[in-house]
Design a protein around this ligand. Structure first.
Ligand code: 0X9
Ligand code: ZN
Length: 297
């Protein structure tokens, strides 16, 4: 079973997904988005109440130490299946949900077993930052050729099995994706592409206003203030991240990256007592995003 009072390791999350597929055989199926350097599967869940629906895609855990990311994504999944809230269940029914709580499973395991502050994948010796390895402006800015650094971009675009296989999987379903959300921590931000320039993307105004409105919804419950902006203006210049490639190469209409709780007090080592407050406010924002994505799409 699963709860959101504590963080859970990869085995627990995978076992929980298997249980859901057994519990809801007509709605939930296990999906495999790719494979890792150490040979693991990138495992996810599809929630579908019928054919012909547009897709909402949730990407969690690409950075190993950002444990609140899988905790958020698993919570959203649980709400979509077990909530008694009508708006939540409508959101669950109206889209096909493709959900990957842990897209860097090797790193996530290592962060639990050995080094809590591990970020990258587990390519020897030092790992590659999977959020610098996508084939969009690879190594242009805010990324490193020094393998000891946390922003090491790898030997080339998509040099890593995780990004190569997962991007191929995404491309195979991309014509049906309306909304793509990537979950990171920390910083109370909602980011939109791109990371190499503050020049606005094609639908910048719509993406920003939709995001701001959703962050207004997020703030209602506890007053948490998220700032919405493009990567380069809101956080720092950085290229080779997932959302830039997904926006530019797959032409997905709405693409966002959450930088979840907190704002630096605990940083990556967010106390378990903040998991549920984080999840509740993010869920509020997600419902608002879904409502707007329906109108937009
Ligand atoms: O640096 C990152 O990858 C993200 N911040 S984090 O502290 N979670 O590592 C920012 C991601 C910005 N997104 C892209 N460049 N696509
Ligand atoms: Zn991150």
């Amino acid at each position: 079973s699963m709860d959101w009072e504590n963080y859970h390791d990869l085995d627990a999350i995978n076992a929980w997904m298997d249980d859901l597929a057994k519990e809801y055989p007509s709605i939930v199926s296990i999906i495999i988005g790719g494979s890792t350097f150490e040979g693991r599967q990138i495992k996810g869940l599809k929630i579908s109440h019928g054919s012909g629906r547009r897709i909402v895609f949730l990407e969690g855990g690409i950075h190993a130490r950002e444990w609140i990311s899988p905790a958020t994504v698993t919570y959203i999944t649980n709400e979509l299946l077990n909530s008694t809230d009508e708006e939540t269940m409508a959101a669950a029914r109206d889209f096909d949900w493709y959900i990957f709580p842990v897209t860097n499973p090797d790193g996530y395991i290592y962060s639990h077993s050995t080094n809590r502050m591990w970020r990258k994948n587990r390519r020897p010796e030092h790992g590659v930052d999977l959020n610098r390895n996508w084939n969009n402006n690879w190594l242009v800015v805010g990324a490193s050729t020094d393998e000891t650094r946390d922003d090491y971009a790898g030997l080339g675009p998509f040099s890593e099995p995780e990004t190569r296989t997962f991007s191929t999987y995404l491309a195979s379903i991309s014509d049906k994706i309306d909304l793509y959300l990537s979950f990171h921590s920390y910083g109370h931000l909602l980011l939109i592409p791109f990371g190499n320039t503050t020049e606005p993307l094609a639908n910048y105004d719509d993406a920003i206003s939709i995001g701001r409105r959703a962050m207004g919804a997020l703030s209602v419950r506890y007053g948490t203030q998220y700032k919405t902006g493009n990567i380069a203006e809101a956080i720092y210049l950085a290229t080779g991240g997932s959302i830039d490639w997904i926006k530019e190469s797959l032409k997905i209409p709405l693409v966002y990256c959450y930088e979840l709780r907190d704002n630096g007090t605990y940083g990556f080592v967010l106390p378990p007592s903040e998991i549920m407050p984080n999840n509740l406010e993010v869920m509020d924002s997600l419902l608002d995003l879904i409502m707007q994505a329906k109108r937009f799409g």
